[in-house]
Design a protein around this ligand. Structure first.
Ligand code: NAD
Length: 482
């Protein structure tokens, strides 16, 4: 595919409808070809962030008083415009993120879908609800104020749109802070969206989390923080937010277990699903399968079949249609995963590296890793305890299902889990006992219905399920009695 000529908002940030050139900038690198500079990102200053919050705070006064109909209608128009610009953005997204083409396109299409589904949901959800009884009491909704949306590099499009869209639909204004390693597609697509809203409704600042993110999270005018990223950063943000008692929506790290029961059907479909659950986006997915627990009676079969699956994976530049898996997004994460694999080998575990290089000649130019399958390790191994966020998976046998549930829950995380069994009733029983925000039966994926969201448990997140495209997170309900 030809490289897109779409004008990237390079080195600029958005305040009150104006794209301002950053006084300091840094390069955004293509992880599949680290000599290619995809664009520049501004390193905003403290003053830049304050200016963005000023703009959001001031725009809130009028935006919060618009009708739900007006907000939904603007969003529909923006969704239509963005849908026409998807193809122009796909290659940009692949080049700065590393995802393969099909995955990148899916993410972008989903952003458009989020916009129109959430706009439809708003019209129903925003209606006042009457509570039956002697006194006439209504539950009404109102927006909360300036919302900070802070997103990570691994899935920046969906994780930015899933927060920004319901936030502004509910009548809030936003200051968005995308990750420095992968900000350009967020900036460029939000440019399309922002043009459909009054200046100051959508503002974007870029740069270091430690500076830009912290100033944003400490500002008293920011009333809600929607953060997606690592648990450590989430904890830091919680402490910053406590100063002015902000509402927090936290989607944090994960270490998802997959439990393969003695009666699991390990046919072609199941094996492909397990492989995708592990290797989608080279394992850089918060809710990827990160630990596999398999009953000892099925251990050899599972390992053998998974090796065959991994062996089919062609790793290379995601822009090439034959690549099934792209590179790691950035050097820090690349070095971390390589180091983890090295330490796992040194610990005595068996690491089998599988799959194929799409182009051996350019392999060293990117942050590429072939998928690895690891056996001969136990629950205390580093690879089992930490979130690897890369294409390497530990496989651990267990003797009985009680033990498997204990091993699965033996983690500070609680994002997703999956149970692989022919017995649906057993799957339901185990789902009740697994400490995870969502449990899948014979799959490990995302919810197809965009209205639904189930954040993680334990140190994987805060806020409970949403059934309205996330709108509930960004409005306060209040009672009105007559
Ligand atoms: P990260 O926590 O390092 O950064 C996320 C965002 O926070 C970035 O924009 C960063 O600049 C900003 N940030 C960093 N320090 C900050 C601070 N002190 N104050 C305010 N903002 C700050 O995470 P990452 O490395 O970009 O992403 C990978 C992590 O995100 C993994 O742990 C993954 O599991 C998690 N994640 C979770 C979900 C989910 O839905 N639960 C989804 C995707 C990723």
């Amino acid at each position: 595919m030809a490289i897109s000529a779409f004008p990237v908002i390079s080195g600029r940030f958005l305040v009150n409808g104006e794209w301002i050139k950053g006084a300091r900038i840094t390069d955004v690198i293509n992880p599949a070809n680290i000599t290619e500079v995809v664009g520049e990102v501004a390193l905003c200053s403290k003053e830049d962030v304050i200016q963005a919050v000023d703009a959001a705070d001031s725009a809130f006064r009028s935006w919060s008083r618009t009708t739900a109909e007006e907000r939904a209608s603007r969003m529909k128009a923006a969704a239509h415009k963005l849908s026409e610009a998807i193809d122009e953005h796909v290659s940009l997204f692949v080049r700065e993120n590393g995802k393969v083409l099909a995955e990148a396109k899916k993410d972008l299409l989903r952003c458009v879908e989020i916009m129109s589904k959430a706009a439809d949901a708003l019209l129903e959800w925003w209606q006042p609800e009457s509570i039956p009884g002697g006194q006439m009491v209504q539950i009404r909704k109102r927006p909360r104020g300036v919302t900070a949306v802070i997103s990570p590099w691994n899935s920046p499009m969906i994780l930015t749109f899933k927060r920004v869209i319901p936030a502004i639909l509910a009548g809030n204004t936003v200051v968005v802070k995308p990750a420095t390693d992968c900000p350009l597609t967020v900036l460029s697509t939000l440019q399309v969206v922002a043009a459909h809203f009054p200046p100051g409704v959508i503002n974007i600042v870029t740069g270091s989390g430690g500076l830009v993110g912290e100033i944003l999270c400490s500002d008293s005018r920011v009333r809600t923080i929607a953060f997606t990223g690592s648990t450590d950063t989430g904890k830091r943000i919680m402490s910053l937010a406590s100063g002015t008692v902000k509402k927090l929506y936290m989607e944090l790290g994960g270490n998802d277990p997959a439990l393969i029961l003695p009666d699991a059907v390990l046919d072609e479909t199941a094996m492909l699903r397990i492989r995708m659950g592990i290797l989608r986006a080279a394992g850089q997915v918060c809710s990827a399968i990160k630990r596999v627990y398999v009953h000892e009676s099925r251990y050899d079969e599972l390992v053998d079949k998974l090796k065959k699956e991994f062996h089919q994976v062609i790793v290379g530049n995601g822009i090439h249609p034959d690549a099934l898996m792209g590179p790691i997004n950035n050097k820090t994460q690349f070095d971390f995963v390589r180091g983890l694999i090295e330490r796992t080998k040194q610990s005595g575990a068996k690491v089998e590296t599988l799959g194929h290089k799409l182009d051996p000649d350019t392999w060293e130019n990117g942050y590429f890793l072939l998928p690895s399958l690891v056996t001969g390790l136990d629950q205390q191994s580093e690879l089992v305890r930490v979130e690897q966020f890369g294409p390497v998976i530990p496989i651990i046998p267990y003797a009985d299902v009680e033990e498997a549930v204990e091993l699965a829950n033996d983690t500070e995380f609680g994002l997703r889990a999956s149970v692989w069994t022919a017995d649906s009733q057993k799957a339901e029983e185990l789902a009740d006992r697994l400490q995870a925000g969502a449990v899948f039966h014979n799959n490990h994926t995302i919810f197809q219905d965009l209205h639904l969201d189930f954040p993680g448990l334990k140190e994987s997140g805060l806020s409970r399920e949403t059934r309205w495209c996330g709108l509930e997170l960004f409005a306060d309900s209040f009672g009105f009695a007559n």
